[in-house]
Design a protein around this ligand. Sequence first.
Ligand SMILES: O=C(CO)COP(=O)(O)O
Length: 260
Amino acid sequence: MVDRTPLIAGNWKLQQDHLQAIAFVQKLSWTLQDADHDFDSVEVAVFPPFTDLRSVQTLVDAEKFRVRYGSQDVSEHDSGAYTGEVSGAFLAKLGSSYAIVGHSERRQYHAESDAIVGRKAAAAVRHGVVPVICVGETADDLEQHGAAAVPVQQLRDVLSELPTGEFVVAYEPVWAIGSGKAATPEQAEQVCAALREVIAEARDQETADATRILYGGSVKSGNIAGFMREPNIDGALVGGASLDAAEFAAIARFKSHVGV
Ligand SMILES: O=C(CO)COP(=O)(O)O
């Protein structure tokens, strides 16, 4: 059994400006510090809007906070005439550890294909930023093809554009996002196990064993434990519940309240 450090990640989406981000990261860090949170055994990361990242970097550096941070997207381009884009190089310079790519909201509202998502993941890797590759089926997909087929194909297609480099996978069933209806741990485990097989096929078994696969979709402190007990689930990508510092800290502290 390979030891994968769990990752509890908070995707703020289009919420919290840079001033709110500073207050939030302070509160989250102090709460976790007061609880003696062991950041080496459970990693915690927040994903604020681009405009917050510089403020978060300054705060984290000054206070030596252990909370990490990442962006919600990254350009597939490194520089040039690409109005509105933000490069992996700029994000790396801001100390961003991670970049989410292929979130279902970007696939839906910005028509991002697996090929684009793969090129964005590759751009992150080029600059030493770890992509968090999101995959997941819609309610229609679930009805027509079952849970695993669509996310498995999405990950295959993304990885075909990403031959090397560390990455994280986030399995987020679209029907579970923001709905209050999380997948069951058993459902999520089945898909995450299938995704691990995709990684073994696309890369090798060692990479598959070392890669963290997160579950996302209506995760909260009350249901995190069930997911973390599953062998192929290595953390969570949290939306709504990541906007409350106390609640997000409680999710990160799943070990202390459930004995996982
Ligand atoms: O989309 C998500 C995280 O990226 C999940 O959102 P919720 O936790 O609000 O369902």
